[in-house]
Design a protein around this ligand. Structure first.
Ligand code: SAH
Length: 345
């Protein structure tokens, strides 16, 4: 049995058949998450006889790094991680002006089917466990430690729909927050969703003040359905009501993500519709010029359209940012490194 990812209480339960005092669970928890040991043999504060018995039945397994690519400017590092059952995920480190931000995946593949996205091309293989998502953070933090740095913020914007893997995602957030693990405040997390309404409403009640990003990508139901099949299940008015409820309950500003796709949603008509939709909310808009995925056949708009779209929103007093591009020289766009690996297999 692999105990990586278990909480201290869960380790204690696993240790029951070993008939050891309860402080052993705390020692193992500490050795695993703080001292980062993956071998019971190295846990020298445990009796030798116990180390042997633990080794016979338990393992501490973290994923292997199948590929690590660094962008030429050194600001982005992309990790392709492999789990023992063959699942592969991407995790990314982005050195931002405000600190080291990591982007983690929550599923191996994705079932959402968004037409512009590389992660959903082969559907969903499976959910990642809480421990597997946590391991993504540890792999990147180990890398940062070697350079005397640490993780400052975390976005759940990698492969997968986090709200379709609710329990594991919330479990991951709670562990990252634990003092003995990373001790990160909930405010340093941003969860991005394609608009799973029941998940948004449940998260609002969870008491974890994480920031919410909503992948909007279209200002009306008709267009949204065309590019995001999940929109047929959760209609736009419902999704907007859920994000408003989230903002109200948590006091956190919501970000609407809006990919700009040439000739699809980047016209002034859409800019107008979008500003009508968003105005008056505790929200901002993040424009993301499309990272083209070969299979999708969609194009990124030219700089002029991007600027015109952004300028229109600003004029309507809507807080707007245009996402800076990072790491495109290392396939850092969502899911592209993972797909390259799958093709080569
Ligand atoms: N499933 C979640 C989180 C993963 S996607 C969601 O939909 O939000 C994270 C963000 O990357 C989303 O806003 C998504 O729409 C965006 N994205 C996906 N493919 C992209 C592409 N080719 N170019 C730019 N952004 C993309």
């Amino acid at each position: 049995m692999n105990i990586w990812g278990l909480t201290q209480e869960e380790i204690q339960t696993v240790l029951e058949p070993f008939h050891v005092p309860s402080y052993r669970a705390k020692q193992i928890h500490r050795a695993m998450y703080q001292e980062r040991k993956t071998d019971f043999g190295e846990m020298t504060n445990l009796p030798k006889e116990l180390r042997g018995r633990l080794k016979d039945t338990l393992t501490i397994e973290r994923p292997s790094v199948l590929d690590l690519r660094r962008s030429s400017d050194g600001r982005t590092a992309k990790f392709l991680l492999g789990f023992s059952d063959g699942a592969t995920v991407e995790s990314v480190l982005m050195r931002q002006p405000y600190g080291n931000s990591i982007c983690v995946s929550t599923q191996d593949g994705c079932s959402m089917g968004c037409v512009f996205c590389a992660s959903t091309l082969h559907g969903l293989s499976r959910n990642l466990t809480r421990g597997e998502i946590l391991a993504e953070a540890y792999v990147i933090d180990d890398y940062l430690r070697e350079q005397g740095e640490k993780i400052d913020t975390c976005v759940l914007m990698g492969t997968g729909e986090p709200l379709m893997n609710y329990e594991n995602v919330v479990g991951f957030l709670r562990m990252m927050h634990e003092k003995e693990i990373f001790g990160m405040s909930y405010r340093s997390f941003t969860l991005s969703t394609s608009g799973i309404v029941p998940g948004i409403l449940r998260l609002a009640e969870e008491g974890l003040p994480v920031s919410l990003s909503l992948s909007l990508h279209a200002p009306n139901q008709e267009l949204r359905e065309k590019i995001m099949p999940i929109a047929r299940k959760y209609a736009l008015p419902e999704v907007i009501a859920a994000t408003k409820a989230y903002a109200k309950k948590t006091g956190r500003r919501v970000t609407y993500e809006y990919i700009l796709i040439a000739g699809v949603n980047d016209g002034l008509e859409e800019a107008k519709e979008l500003s009508r939709l968003v105005s008056g909310q505790l929200a901002s808009v993040n424009l993301i010029p499309l990272n083209p995925v070969a299979e999708a056949g969609l194009k990124r708009p030219g700089l002029e359209s991007i600027e015109a779209f952004s300028a229109y929103l600003s004029k309507q007093h809507i807080p707007v940012t245009v996402r800076r591009e990072m790491g495109t020289d290392i396939d850092a766009a969502c899911g592209q490194l993972r797909n390259a690996y799958r093709r080569g297999r």
